[in-house]
Design a protein around this ligand. Sequence first.
Ligand SMILES: [Zn+2]
Length: 319
Amino acid sequence: MRLTTPVRTVAAAVATVVLLGAGSAAAAAPPPSSVGAAETPTTVCPTGGQGHGHETSGDASARSAGARTAGPRTVRGPDHREVSVVEQRVIEARTDQLLAQRSAGAPAVREVPTYVHVMAGEDGEGDVGRAVVRRQVRVLDRTYRGSGFRFDLAGIDRTYDDRYHRDRRSGEYRAETRRGGPGALNIWLVDFEYLGVATFPWDQADSPALDGVRVDVESVPGGDLERFDQGKTATHEVGHWLGLYHTFQGGCTRRNDLVRDTPAQSSQSAGCPAGRDSCALPGRDPVHNYMDYSDDACYERFSTGQVDRMRSLFTAYRT
Ligand SMILES: [Zn+2]
């Protein structure tokens, strides 16, 4: 997952105070816990930071609260549940087994029906319009061009509930609103401490009601998140949903993200550090890759190996 930055979190808290100040007073102050959390300096986790406690088993990617820092916004933060090398091997073996069973040729283009769930606040906060939702899905479709995946908006629904808007009880709201089968993408737009959170394809069969991605509503095209406002958080999260790890998964190892043509990377990038070369292994860091943590403006591509992996995993787990 992608994690929101402290600046954003603090700004949100301030905005809440201002809004409240315009109306009535003290009751409007944000809960102390949220303010405290926003201001608590913590170190940035390396790869695989934990996101949402009990929910992490179903969440491939959740930029975690544990990765928030108090300094200037520098990273997206870990958004990915821990997957050990041992677990990776089990998953890969299972994938190979499933692919062997699915001998029929995969279609050249996979149409992915996309359902967007706007989880707005009771006062209408985060209730983005249909045009914005359509732009978000178009960004998704455009950034996956050439990959063999097409994303078509299949439906929009809206829920007005402060708890759901803040991503509380996500297991509950996802189960209530999720639509389509394993090959349907569900995107929930919420306001939380992450940029986004995703589930992996190999977890779909065990947790079908949770399958999909949750994205900060301000990361949509034209949103309020500085540097993360082009809708490419969704592109990154859908990469996890299709089975990709971060490009910095595993650090400076040959195995790293299990994709041959993404050079090893010691840790996530912040901003757009072109030319960064954090490992002695061949190749510079893939800072323009959608599965790093660079700014939206820096995001440009998936590698051929990533496309191959997404197609294989889709065939194995989502068809
Ligand atoms: Zn991620």
